[in-house]
Design a protein around this ligand. Structure first.
Ligand code: SAM
Length: 184
């Protein structure tokens, strides 16, 4: 049985998880992958895989020896992506980003995230950002897309270097790029 579905309908049905009524734009897919290293094999963690649009872009950016661990809380989104993306580099984790340390215990090169921070408690948001920071290698970048600037300060409180790119879409989309300091 085919499980191909209308993405917007599925997003609306799961609105309290997705925090969105449609997929992020093509501009976001390109911008959010800008800081993934392409000159070596890497381990990328994705938060909020949804129907896999950004996942596809990550897979086309990274080398053949790299890996992506994609976290997603909605089981039917995980099933959908398992059906549409067959790539040995992709590991789908049907769990919340806040449990990252239960699944990943090795250094990572990049975090690519589209989870809806505005829907999270302060404590949950801080745990996700701090645990990601702890696992990232020195100099590595956490990139996050959101529809507002308001969560930027939560990232600035943890990461040493943060920048924000506003994409000219409606509604506005902001990509935060936050880098862990290189220790000398
Ligand atoms: C705004 S949608 C983005 C989906 C897709 N990546 C895109 O760019 O269109 C957010 C996704 O994050 C998932 N999500 C929400 N909270 C999450 C959490 N704590 N951990 C992992 N995924 C989560 C939602 O189910 C949804 O698929």
């Amino acid at each position: 049985m085919s499980i191909k579905r209308n993405t917007s309908l599925q997003f609306i049905k799961n609105f309290f998880d997705t925090g969105a009524i449609k997929e992020t734009s093509r501009e976001v897919e390109l911008e959010i992958c800008q800081r993934i290293p392409t000159d070596r094999d890497v381990i990328v963690v994705e938060f909020g895989m949804g129907h896999g649009n950004i996942t596809q872009e990550i897979l086309s950016t990274i080398t053949p020896g790299s890996k992506v661990y994609a976290f997603e809380v909605v089981e039917e989104f995980c099933d959908h992506v398992k059906e549409i993306i067959q790539d040995d580099r992709l590991v789908i984790v049907n769990d919340s980003a806040e449990n990252i340390k239960q699944h990943i215990s090795f250094p990572i090169d990049s975090v690519i995230s589209s989870i809806p921070f505005s829907f999270f408690s302060e404590a949950k948001g801080t745990t996700i950002i701090q645990d990601s920071y702890d696992l990232l290698k020195d100099g590595a970048v956490y990139s996050q897309v959101l529809l507002t600037k308001f969560n930027f300060k939560k990232f600035e409180a943890v990461f040493e270097e943060c920048g924000m790119v506003k994409l000219p879409n409606f509604p506005s989309e902001y990509v935060y790029h936050c880098q862990k300091k290189v220790k000398r």
